[in-house]
Design a protein. Sequence first.
Length: 412
Amino acid sequence: MWVNMGNSIILSRLRRSVTELSVRATYRYLERATELAASGVEVISLGIGQPDFSPPGYVIDALKEACDKGMFRYVSSQGTESFKRAVSEFLKCELGVDVKPDEVLAVPGASAGIFMGLYALLNPGDEVIVLDPAFPQYFDVVKVLGGRVVPVKLRELSDEFVVDIDNVVSAITDRTKVIILNTPHNPTGMVIPESTMMKLLDVAREHGIIVLSDEVYDHFVYEGKHTSCLHHPEWRDFCIYVNSLSKTFAMTGWRVGFVVARREVIQKLSALANNIYSCLPPFIMYAAEVALRSGLDWFKEVLREYRRRRDLALSELRKVSGIRCVRPRGAFYLYPNLSDILSELGLSIGDFVELLIVKKGVVTLPSTVFSIAGDVEHIRMSFTVPVEKLLSGLARFKDFIDELRSMRGRVK
Ligand SMILES: Cc1ncc(COP(=O)(O)O)c(C=O)c1O
């Protein structure tokens, strides 16, 4: 017989993996920044990764048009035919790959695609190789599904982060079901070079391991070029590709993305979608379709601006003694290494980030948010704010370190 051990029936009856889950730290810091701003502090948030430009005007017009046309009904769980066709044509145009419309699933953002892909693949006890540091959702979802994350640390060289293929191979066991790849990479800005990407894909395939490839930053590439898992000739055999309009089209709150996989897998994922959210709102898919069909000419200007911010922020950061910062090739984050400063000041990365918020109103994220392999040395700074704000955030950051140093000098 069931015995109520606590003072709430429902809390004691929650699924165990769910009791261990909490709202992603990136969102908690977003809330923190919002609260601080509401209390009158002039906050500079370099925390959450959310583009600061707006989607093109014609996308907003398309949304209005869809509403005027009354596109409010249930539609196919897999996505409307025209949305799937638009994705297929976009991938052909931008990546040069042939993806058929029935190999596409519309999802409410890449996050949902990641969850559903992993849900479809994992049985309890299955292992998932994750390059560490990583987008924290991967850790949470694998855990909630009863899988085990096997982190493989990225190597930090003097001016780049790299994936060590030998370390990936060493992490493979009989229980490895999935490798999650993410390029361009959050939080380091690494762009996995084509040869490495192809080797990783080959290694996975040889071992019968599925690749879940999260490519949401694919158009934010400042140096080198993006290589997709869809460039592998056999992708249908072992890949699930996830992307969204959140970053490239600055449509984070619209919740629209897409998964690509072989047709039979998409059919199963559609059945899952059907049981979770039935379908995406047709008016959102209509506007998204217009965005995809209109191409990325307008995005060149965005990319130029983001590159300018990257260069300016990097050069400012590198002026601070004790900081090492790899040049990000893609995405929109800087991931400076603070290990020297932290040991000089006797602070943990968590304390540093907290003090920076409290004393200077600058929100950044500690590497502990992105790592289960023990990265306690970095912070992530998003360059998704206008240049003046970015430079002022960096000036406050520099003052903060100077002040801590002089306080420490006085204590000595
Ligand atoms: C690597 C990565 N994947 C997925 C997402 C989530 O994207 P979406 O808004 O499409 O759910 C993010 C958001 O920050 C991300 O950084």
